[in-house]
Design a protein around this ligand. Sequence first.
Ligand SMILES: NC(=O)c1ccc[n+]([C@@H]2O[C@H](COP(=O)([O-])OP(=O)(O)OC[C@H]3O[C@@H](n4cnc5c(N)ncnc54)[C@H](OP(=O)(O)O)[C@@H]3O)[C@@H](O)[C@H]2O)c1
Length: 347
Amino acid sequence: MAEHLTWGILGAGRIAGVFARGLAQSRTGKLLAIGSRCEEKAQAFGQEFGAPRCYGSYPELLADGDVQAVYIATPHPQHAQWAIAAAQAGKGILCEKPITLDLAGAQAVVQAARRNNVFLMEAFMYRCHPQTAKLVELLRGGAIGQVRLIRASFGFHAPFNAEGRLFAKALGGGAILDVGCYCVSAARLIAGVAAGRDFAEPLEIKASGHLGSTGVDEWALASLKFPGDILAQLATSISLTQDNQLSVFGSEGQITLPWPWAPAREGGQARILLKRDGEQQAQEIVVATDEYLYGLEADAVAAGWEDKQAAPPAMTWEDTLGNMRVLDAWRREIGVMYESLEGSGRA
Ligand SMILES: NC(=O)c1ccc[n+]([C@@H]2O[C@H](COP(=O)([O-])OP(=O)(O)OC[C@H]3O[C@@H](n4cnc5c(N)ncnc54)[C@H](OP(=O)(O)O)[C@@H]3O)[C@@H](O)[C@H]2O)c1
């Protein structure tokens, strides 16, 4: 456990600002530095979010000996390069999801963290929220009997922009990597908890999807089969809005999280609906916290600092590697390739 951590952020984009706001509300973290590829952008970000040190390049931030932890908020294809550079600079790392474009990249990042003996966590913030802890508690307590089916969706309708991060292949576009990764991580968590573990790996993956004009998946489905015949149905999209819910069906009832992925960003109430078979109405379980979602994530980093990993249900290294393995398989099933991986033999 680290009582206090000084943070630097790499990439002054959209989520970096959201994280900076959450960090300011955390118990343990303080924003010290912002690194941007553009000096003026760094200055503007620093002013808006209260970062006293503003660097016009990422290497300059990594060379700052007072920065203990870095939050990597670049598009996915740049995650591996900067996570490895951060590890080599001795920084603890919170890296946005997906940790890299594929499993091989994730293995390289984990290896860098291990070799340099630094903290590493993939930034699935919902795993750090008490709503997820409550879901795990309900499942472990047998609230719905034996888990049999999981249904998860995460999809939104972004305006088409061939050059934008969501649609451009060169920037790791596509729904599976952007938000399908949440559905996979939730299914693996739930199937694991059902088996008395922290996560589980599917035995089978079947998928279909629509690839748009830029060659990335704009909407896609996957069916997963886990040990114990637990099945999961996952749906993701960047070109249509979905119900964005997580449901778990068991032998004695069902649990629904109406807003599982980004609960109560600035503190507040999250709701879990528990309906046991035979009951007329679902019971509403309210999970309330004053803490900001991204502040909780930063505090999870501090809590796991000495162990180099956060405690489940936050993402551990093995959990991240398992998640990436499934994302690789989902992409492969529907033919989503990234040129940046070509030549490495792992397009
Ligand atoms: N956990 C969450 O809630 C959440 C939500 C949204 C996104 N994300 C993840 O966060 C990452 C960033 O997403 P975002 O929506 O914040 O993206 P964004 O607004 O486009 O910001 C990304 C930033 O990365 C930097 N960057 C470095 N290399 C770049 C390149 N080659 N092209 C473009 N930008 C580059 C840029 O900052 P500088 O110009 O300052 O260097 C840019 O502003 C993604 O991996 C995404 O999956 C997570």
